[in-house]
Write a protein that binds this ligand. Structure first.
Ligand code: F6R
Length: 244
């Protein structure tokens, strides 16, 4: 794993966006795997700036998002569909029919099969962006998920629901289940860019770097991937930033 540290979240976002933009320029038909959550929002902001200032075009780019909440309509502002529209898609020239996100309102099991079919048809993913869960999850693959899993329905752990409740009125409003690309579906990507930011990720990051490969810590499988780049900001490394 190639690890790069940056002094701040802003620097991490700029570095990540510069990397992704370069990949898009090199391969205008690139297939990107995208994540939601707090970590990549700065990168998306920078990608929009690059699109406007440098003219990086997404016209022929295909994207696959990692996950969506079960029972969540696209219209709900907490859906990952709405997240992607707000933070990226509506600001760039990407074509709607090339952006894939699991449909939270479809029959969940059928949707998983369909998503895998789409991955087979339009994939493989050239560059997968990942965030790191504080419990080591990638996508919504919670601890204990088999490494061989493909797109599936997960029951979210209490810790993940609690972490995500910051976007909802309260934890009781956070859905209990999600559809997520599986660990094997993620590992199928040709290249992976993992973004790690904030003191809250310090423990998980340490475990990723120094711990063993185990299904109890899903992100640990990344050590087996031939092409992983990690961008981590200083606060994900510093003990002092936890106190600050
Ligand atoms: C999001 C996703 C999750 C997040 C992870 C970190 O699509 O699949 O694995 O990447 O929970 O979330 P943040 O960035 O909000 O800390």
């Amino acid at each position: 794993m190639d690890i790069i540290t940056t002094p701040s979240y802003e620097a991490l976002s700029k570095e990540a966006a510069a990397y992704v933009s370069r990949k898009v320029q090199e391969n205008p038909h690139i297939v990107l795997g995208l994540a939601t959550g707090s970590t990549p929002t700065g990168m998306y902001e920078q990608l929009i700036k690059n699109h406007i200032t440098l003219g990086t075009s997404y016209r022929n780019v295909t994207t696959f998002n990692l996950d969506e909440y079960v029972g969540m309509s696209k219209k709900n502002h907490n859906s990952y569909y709405a997240f992607m529209e707000k933070h990226l898609f509506q600001h760039i020239d990407i074509q709607n029919e090339f952006t894939f996100i699991p449909d939270g309102m479809s029959d969940p099991q059928k949707e998983c099969g369909l998503y895998e079919e789409k991955l087979r048809k339009h994939g493989p993913i050239d560059l997968q962006i990942l965030g790191l869960g504080a419990n080591g999850h990638i996508g919504f693959n919670e601890p204990g998920t088999p490494f061989c899993s493909r797109t599936h329905v997960v029951e979210l752990t209490d810790s993940t629901r609690k972490a995500n409740s910051r976007f909802f009125k309260g934890i009781e409003d956070v859905p209990t289940h999600a559809i997520t690309m599986g660990i094997d579906s993620i590992m199928n990507a040709k290249e992976i860019l993992l973004l790690v930011s904030g003191a809250i990720k310090k423990e998980a990051f340490e475990k990723l770097l120094y711990g063993e490969i185990s299904e109890d810590f899903p992100a640990s499988i990344l050590k087996k991937h031939p092409c992983v780049k990690i961008l981590a900001d200083q606060s994900a490394l510093d003990t002092s930033s936890i106190i600050a």
